[in-house]
Write a protein that binds this ligand. Structure first.
Ligand code: NAI
Length: 550
């Protein structure tokens, strides 16, 4: 096989999209000139998966597992996704959070095969030229970061690239967005992390962060270049510092297909948990009153989406805002306070000041409390008992991450509420047995939202991403929870069946995108079937003609 347009055996074996390793059949090996280049046995995909799983199991360190999977992804895409999708609950924490955080911190010391596109600010004026080097023409999904606020770990400079890579792997593994249309991008505008700047192995620009006009111009050039080169592409902003995240979203949300998962996806997953909880109580969202512990980015984002969702049930904006109260380090957010930021003001109540959280519970009689304070133990016995005295089924959501910062544990919430709490948390908790009943705590993980939304955007070729789409996604996620899971207190779908749940959520959102006129693709007769047909399945297709370099 050495015609001029034929791929060489080496090209086939080194291309993760084409390589099947030991799964190449005898006929394929003959046809592509691979005979002798592989061990003689031919293994089916499931045997390959079993081998990878055994290798992973033999490692006792999550970062090593991450590296093993990352090397596999660089070698054989299909086997990588087949492995991850065979057991998402096991592999998600390795491919993405929490392990990816450590991988980002050590990025420069563990760097192996490159992936995605790095755009340094020194390439200003040439962004399109660099994007043109990416070998795929029809990119549909970019996850982009500038590395400034990676998870809770802060400024990791170019090491932040681990996040777009890991997140896009979940778009594929959890909702079937085809990997070939996904592109991770790192915008390197420098770093203010002195340890990185001092590290001789640091792989990014060795300069402090560029801010202001130059930063904005670089971002604008990036957005324009993406629009011109990949006109159907959605841009997902990821782990930018808050001030940039908010202003980038405001600047572009009504102009291009874009969203910020940290802001919008996070709010949607909390709302999904509430809808799930309301399936247990049989109540309406607009009947609820929520009190947030914390009034930062997460609290205002979630409260804002809850407000919009309540308005969809017929409340006025004022009525909805009356039902979402925030409490921060200085007490209840009331209009007489002069220390509130602009983004907090809409949530300030006309109410006397309240200094203790438990007093705010007595005063406002919330049906649910949502902890996004980053401070552990603040949902103490008094708080949960107060909620349980007011409500037959109190909603208790300690969402602060990681587990060590959770406002209470699952066991505390169930014990102090006498087993009546409707509980979900930001970080995972093991099942709890109380009074002979076993409760399964749900984890409010954005992974229920963003891959499904991404699939809907991909399948419809959406022009915009709106907050309403996130509300629909939240409702659809809650609908995926089975009666049996609700019975166990679980208000999110099990992670093990995330692909199925995501495809159904994507179907709902895709229909909504068409209803609202945001689709570029024509509307299929059967959306569920269409979404399934669009979804990537990790498998080796029959014999492919590699003589045409497609
Ligand atoms: P932030 O720093 O913007 O806000 C923290 C807020 O908590 C501030 O308003 C602060 O005044 C308040 N606070 C701090 N100490 C307090 C105290 N002792 N009493 C009352 N209020 C206090 O942080 P951000 O970005 O809003 O995140 C908050 C937490 O929520 C983080 O732990 C984050 O991991 C978590 N989170 C979880 C999500 C999930 O589970 N899906 C989604 C988003 C955030």
């Amino acid at each position: 096989m050495s015609t001029s347009n034929a791929l060489t055996a080496r090209q086939i074996l080194q291309d993760p999209r084409r390589n099947r390793g030991t799964s190449f059949s005898q006929e394929e090996r003959r046809r592509y000139g691979l005979e002798g280049l592989l061990p003689p046995a031919v293994l089916p995909l499931d045997r390959q998966i079993a081998r990878v799983k055994a290798e992973v199991a033999a490692l006792d360190n999550d970062l090593q597992k991450y590296l093993l999977l990352s090397d596999l992804q660089a070698r054989n895409d299909t086997l990588f996704y087949a492995t991850v999708m065979s057991d998402p609950a096991q592999f998600m924490p390795i491919v993405y959070t929490p392990t990816v955080g450590e991988a980002c911190q050590k990025f420069d010391h563990i760097f192996r095969a490159t992936r995605g596109v790095y755009l340094p600010i020194t390439a200003r004026g040439r962004v399109d030229e660099l994007l043109a080097n990416w070998p795929v023409e029809d990119v549909r999904f970019i996850v982009v970061t500038d590395g400034e606020r990676i998870l809770g770990l802060g400024d990791l400079g170019v090491g932040g690239m681990g996040i777009p890579i890991g997140k896009l792997a979940l778009y594929t593994a959890c909702a079937g967005v085809p990997p070939e249309v996904c592109l991770p991008v790192m915008l390197d505008v420098g770093t203010n992390n002195q340890a990185l700047l001092d590290d001789p192995l640091y792989l990014g620009l060795r300069r402090r962060r560029v801010r202001g006009e130059q930063y904005d111009a670089f971002l604008a050039e990036f957005v324009e270049a993406v629009q011109a080169r990949f006109p159907k592409c959605c841009i997902q902003w990821e782990d930018f510092a808050n001030f940039n995240a908010v202003s980038l979203l405001a600047r572009y949300r009504d102009r291009i297909c874009t969203y910020n998962d940290d802001i919008q996806g996070t709010a949607a997953i909390a709302l999904a948990g509430i809808y799930g909880g309301l399936r247990i109580t049989g109540q309406k969202l607009s009947e609820q009153r929520f009190l947030f512990l914390g009034a930062g980015a997460a609290a205002t984002g979630i409260a804002g989406l809850i407000t919009q969702a309540m308005m969809q049930e017929g409340l006025s904006r004022e009525q909805a805002l009356q039902r979402t109260a925030l409490f921060d380090v200085n007490g209840l957010l009331v209009s007489s306070r002069d220390d509130l930021a602009d983004f907090q003001r809409p949530f300030a109540l006309d109410h006397a000041p309240v200094d203790r959280f438990v007093d705010a519970i007595q005063a406002l009689r919330p049906t649910g409390i949502i902890g996004v304070s980053t401070v552990p133990h603040l949902f103490d016995k008094d708080v949960i008992e107060a909620m349980s005295a007011l409500n037959e089924r109190p909603i208790i959501f300690p969402y602060s991450n990681p587990t060590s910062r959770s406002e209470c544990t699952a066991e505390e919430a169930y014990r102090w509420s006498d087993g009546r709490a409707i509980f979900a948390s930001g970080s995972p908790f093991a099942p709890v047995t109380f009074n002979g009943r076993t409760f399964v705590p749900g984890q409010g993980n954005n992974v229920y939202i963003f891959p499904a939304l991404g699939m809907a955007i991909y399948a419809t070729e959406a022009t915009r991403v709106t907050d309403e789409m996130f509300i629909v996604a939240a409702q659809a996620v809650a609908e995926q929870v089975s009666a049996a899971d609700l019975e166990k207190g679980l208000i999110y779908p099990p992670q093990q069946s995330i692909l199925e749940a995501s495809l159904r959520v994507a179907t709902r959102v895709a229909n909504f995108i068409h209803d609202r006129g945001f689709a570029r693709a024509s509307r299929p007769a059967d959306m569920a079937a269409h979404i399934r047909a669009c979804a990537y399945r990790p498998d080796y297709p029959g014999i492919v003609d590699f003589s045409v370099a497609a």
